[in-house]
Design a protein around this ligand. Sequence first.
Ligand code: PLP
Length: 281
Amino acid sequence: MRVLAMLDGTLADPDGLHIRVDDLGLTRGDGIFETILVVDGKPRELGPHLDRLERSARMLELPTPDRAAFERCAQVVIDAWTGPDEMALKIVYTRGPEFGDGTPTGYAMGVPIAEKVLRNRVAGVRAITLDRGFEPSIVASTPWLLLGAKSLSYAVNMAALRWAESHDAEEAIFVATDGSILEGPTSNVVVADGRTLRTPPPALGILRGTTQGALFRAAERAGWATKVEPLRLADLTSADGVFLASSVRKITRVRMVDGRPLPEAAELHAELSALYESEYA
Ligand code: PLP
């Protein structure tokens, strides 16, 4: 089951041909995207996702995405969806065809949540840390590296996940050269200690997570303390629980880091998951 709508709001055949072969999103990964979780027809964190799309567009110097058009296009997909209760809604915005009139390409596509992701939500994951190859101090002075933009150039992120999978893990956690914990290839890292949740700051060149944001909002309402601050590997191995947060994985438990078992944290996981879900009750 897949549903595709182009940015002008027209439904299109997801097996059809809609992207020109010279589209810069295709030939250079020159574009941006978001993946939004839709549950029972309701998109989660749509506003923060579109805010982040705009932020990414600014970083890539793309024309400002037409927010109303993306909202309409997302709704067309949601309205046409007849698949499972949960859908991953991917919105894509590229610089458009290289030999075109400069019009960006935009579309939204709904797909089911991958089986692997659903399994990991329940079973938790083993993660390995992987060197991301930059020091956080360069982030502000190297805007061309697009650190913290959700660009279509995710080949490195996908390679990191394949590397993890070939090394007895389901997930990777990127680490900067100074030892700062960054993020997963498609997730944010959240650490729980007592009644405090912590996550690394976007200023390190990572994405501002919409799921992490929702969890922190709910946790604060329930009396937890939340901190956005640098973390190191020792903070992961000494924590009461380590989690990967993303739209499709929700709050997934990390059971092992670099082969070292972490606390089971099943109850903590249940509590944090309930907090996250309470945002949408
Ligand atoms: N970090 C990266 C690199 C991502 O690609 C993603 C999502 O895919 C996230 C973090 C988590 O973001 P969100 O919770 O908004 O899905």
